[in-house]
Design a protein around this ligand. Sequence first.
Ligand SMILES: NC(=O)C1=CN([C@@H]2O[C@H](COP(=O)(O)OP(=O)(O)OC[C@H]3O[C@@H](n4cnc5c(N)ncnc54)[C@H](OP(=O)(O)O)[C@@H]3O)[C@@H](O)[C@H]2O)C=CC1
Ligand SMILES: O=C(O)CCC(=O)C(=O)O
Ligand SMILES: [Mg+2]
Length: 739
Amino acid sequence: MSTTPKIIYTKTDEAPALATRSFLPIVEAFVKSSGINIETKDISLAARILAIFPDFLNDDQKVNDDLAFLGELAKKPEANIIKLPNISASIPQLKAAIQELQEQGFKIPNYPDEPSNTEEKEIKSRYDKVKGSAVNPVLREGNSDRRAPKAVKNYAKKNPHSMGAWSKDSKSHVATMTEGDFAHNEKSTTLTDATSVKIVHTDENGNKTILKDNLALLQGEIIDATVMSKKALIEFLDEQVEDALDKGVLFSLHMKATMMKVSDPIIFGHAVRVFFKDLFKKHGETFDKIGVDVNNGFGNLLSNLNQLPDDKHEEIREDIRYALEHSADLAMVNSDKGITNLHVPSDVIIDASMPAMIRNSGQMWNAEGKAQDTKAVIPDSSYAGIYTATIDFCKEHGAFDPTTMGTVPNVGLMAQKAEEYGSHDKTFEITSNGKVEVIDANEKTLISHNVEEGDIWRMCQVKDAPIQDWVKLAVTRARASQTPAVFWLDKNRAHDAQLIKKVNTYLKDHDTNGLDLRILSPVDATIFTCKRLKEGKDTISVSGNVLRDYLTDLFPILEVGTSAKMLSIVPLMNGGGLFETGAGGSAPKHVQQLLEENHLRWDSLGEFLALAVSLEHFSQVNNNPKAKILGDALDNATEKLLENKKGPSRKAGELDNRGSHFYLAMYWAQELANQTTDTDLAKEFTPLAKQLADNEETIVKELNDIQGSPVTIGGYYEPKEDLINTVMRPSKTLNNILN
Ligand SMILES: NC(=O)C1=CN([C@@H]2O[C@H](COP(=O)(O)OP(=O)(O)OC[C@H]3O[C@@H](n4cnc5c(N)ncnc54)[C@H](OP(=O)(O)O)[C@@H]3O)[C@@H](O)[C@H]2O)C=CC1
Ligand SMILES: O=C(O)CCC(=O)C(=O)O
Ligand SMILES: [Mg+2]
């Protein structure tokens, strides 16, 4: 077995996977002579599906379970992983990927929506492991450190992105529940001893069902459990649809159906049924018969209608048209194609969609493709208040100004499936009235809730070691950047109250002299942070897992226009490093544009930043000074790329992702040629730098001239390697130089 130190590069999905085909050959060419091996591991949705069905595949079709491999590696000190964004698949995406793979000759089974026998149940449980946020929680064996690097911030100050104006009269607002939701029903406790718990449902007749057994918990672990009342949820949604109609604002639902893969699709389904309640009243039975499941979005209903005879089909279509005309206006994902906010649960994801709305004067797109004030519906009130507070701040003070505003780095608790991340196998849609209890090994009930049929009950856990690590990371970052840090914790929330005790205890382990550290509720923290932000002051947010996700899109999108340019480091708890490429996702719209116009507007800046820190980490761990020089040179090259505005444009015919990679390579080679610390590297890169510069015009022309017409890559989830490489490496001149 080889123990050669290496950097692992992940192959993922959609835009970042396309970009990798262009960027990775450059990286490999640059690091080859410095004793750095790059190995790729495929954690794309397609590969993850194939990895769990070896028994359905021919020998030559089988693939390794690279995610499992990386999950183990992430726990070892030698881990050095560059992690690109991947699809956290909703059911419609999962099904599309399955269909594509089947069409390519992989004989994997269909996804059984309603498994009717043991075999189907087994297949479904395998697919459920691939579903939703199945990669990040496995690899993130450390807490999160995300911030905008100085160069990125300075660039944004000099070249501000567009920012929609806010007025006091804006009707946009957030609607959230005031009772009966996860926030209001939460109960929490810290374990004094290690134990093993079971989760038991007892119905009104005393019949017990074990929902989960033998869940081992450590001493000092915080657990919390809560329930979303179906009745309260439906009543709330009903009021919001009415209110949106009354106020003449768009109805827009913002969930995290991908990451919160069990609870949020159920909530999404309720929203669809409430919005189209007359339709469901009239045709509910028909929908049941043809297997409609709107937990997968309204699009699921539409695609199932084909099973009906033409006249019935047309009648229902007419009723849908009527419903859309007479109910509140829906926010649109694509008004040209008639795709609404309720069509696909993975189209509107709260972390990216709320900041986009706030950046756009609080407006979303209506059916005519025009911007309109919006009611953003976020049913659970645990975290909705941060958006209310931000929106109120903008109404009061106007939009933020990217040329003067400060910055908000985040230190996020997420290691070892902390908080809601770890709730997936402990979230249940309740089948009958009764109670749900968490019972320990001594048969003591730790937490108990009365529940009703249809309620969503969930339990989360957060271990003590990750909390200690998180507090330490917060202090380290506050010290290193001399920036005030705020723990976004609400003493009135059960789970947060437990966490606050630990924060206060563990802060004592550190020298906090001269640091400004506070604990504020999320709403107060938002107000405090926004005020400082407006005054040009920086504030670190130290948050739990969900707020980590929300805040690392919210502030970056307001500050620098995108979260793709964030430095995103996960110092792994066992000493390794996971380097993520920004805080954004895989930008599906970008693939569409590439296929139609052969232009990829994906910006790899986050990847450049990740590689630089990965090289630095490699240098330290493996005592390899060349890696440090490569990393420093890459950082300088990235800064130059920003200064010279060589990032991708949005428009076909202009510099795109591939062109920006060329410039990065040229600047990187120049930096290496000009540095004086390592003469061998300087000697190696001097001719390369010259060749790249001499051929700049030819290469850029080759990269831009091919744009403008459609291309094929032989698949969306599992593109053909030769086709995708041809599309992503179209400059013969550049390829020859790199070879
Ligand atoms: N770390 C991870 O693995 C993450 C994965 N995801 C997954 O990503 C997918 C898409 O999620 P979504 O919520 O749409 O969020 P995205 O961040 O992927 O996309 C939202 C918009 O942000 C802009 N954007 C994001 N990244 C870049 C980039 N590098 N360069 C240029 N523009 C960028 C694009 O705007 P424009 O259209 O204006 O160009 C894009 O349409 C989902 O499958 C989700 O599960 C999401 C977040 C993190
Ligand atoms: O894991 C996911 O599904 C999304 C992750 C994400 O959005 C983030 O970490 O910012
Ligand atoms: Mg996110």
